[in-house]
Design a protein around this ligand. Structure first.
Ligand code: HEC
Length: 80
């Protein structure tokens, strides 16, 4: 399933990213399928998360966790 799509994203530092991935899939794939992280730059993700924040009922902390997860995936793929 969607997990396969995102399986390239692993913990880069000592911070486990699994929570971010879980949260992302849980909150962001209810209305539409979860977009592969590398589809957008970090900058774009930030804007998207802010506009989806109300939809997904994210508090500030949730948003940050998901953002950290997404940006780590983007970093790894060198998309900036
Ligand atoms: C309550 C339903 C709902 C939830 C939950 C939701 N979205 Fe969306 N999302 C939408 C709708 C509706 C659109 C298309 C209309 C729009 O852009 O507002 C959309 C569009 C998008 C797009 C395309 C934006 C673009 O610029 O083309 C992305 C990416 C996205 N969502 C990411 C997310 C992420 C990340 C989350 C979790 C934080 C999330 N969505 C949660 C309803 C939702």
């Amino acid at each position: 399933m969607i997990m396969l799509l995102l399986s390239g994203c692993k913990s880069v530092n000592d911070t486990p990213l699994i929570d971010g991935e879980e949260l992302y899939l849980e909150r962001c794939s209810t209305c539409h399928s979860a977009t592969p992280p590398e589809n957008y730059t970090k900058q774009e993700w930030l804007g998207i998360l802010e506009s989806m924040q109300v939809h997904a009922d994210l508090d500030k902390e949730d948003l940050e966790i998901i953002y950290r997860y997404l940006s780590s995936c983007v970093d790894q793929n060198g998309t900036n």
